[in-house]
Design a protein around this ligand. Structure first.
Ligand code: HEM
Length: 158
């Protein structure tokens, strides 16, 4: 029988909300142009960002934090993977841009939502290609310190 796990369920929620947030961002960025030529549509993109893109991201970040804490509680060392450090820094920038985008769209400015979308693409790229970033050399450092001590010992012996 299929073996469903809580981790798998939360990961599905993480990806689903990302699809919702990222998809909404793309549609909104297309609609910005339309909004400029149609005064009756003024305020539409700002409202859409507030209700869809911003919420999709918030739920994704929440689910991400739950995933991370589940791995930590299971005794795993997720921070040994270098990509996670980059990812969390980029997520912070993405969240900042996203939270300010609705107000920016209400003033017909599209710089921040475009920047948010760029950070969104970067975070997904880093997450999917995480293996390329390698690991923090925790054990290697211990190893080299030990070998340093051994070398010192042999030096004093001479
Ligand atoms: C505080 C925020 C976040 C945290 C702590 C977080 C953490 C995680 C964790 C623990 C996983 C599961 C990795 C595994 O299978 O072991 C994951 C998967 C993933 N996350 Fe996030 N995430 C966050 C936000 C985001 C955001 C904002 C995006 C995209 C814009 C994103 C994109 C992805 C993708 C694409 C995967 C699937 C990667 C794969 O398994 O190949 N995450 N995330």
């Amino acid at each position: 029988m299929a073996d469903f796990t809580a981790f798998g369920f939360v990961k599905w929620l993480h990806l689903l909300s990302l699809a919702m947030g990222g998809g909404a961002m793309m549609v909104i960025l297309v609609l910005v142009g339309l909004e400029e030529s149609r005064p009756d549509l003024q305020g539409l993109t700002s409202l859409l960002w507030k209700r869809t893109a911003a919420w999709g991201l918030r739920v994704a970040v929440l689910a991400g934090i739950v995933l991370l804490s589940m791995r930590l509680r299971a005794g795993d060392h997720p921070f040994d993977a270098k990509y996670l450090h980059w990812k969390l820094a980029l997520v912070l920038l993405l969240l900042l841009c996203s939270e300010m985008s609705a107000r920016s769209l209400a003033r017909s400015k599209r710089g921040l939502p475009l920047l948010a979308f760029m950070f969104f693409l970067l975070v997904t790229f880093v997450s999917v290609n995480h293996e390329a970033f390698g690991m923090v050399h925790r054990h290697l450092t211990t190893g080299s310190a030990l070998s340093g001590a051994v070398e010192q010992g042999s030096d004093s012996g001479n």
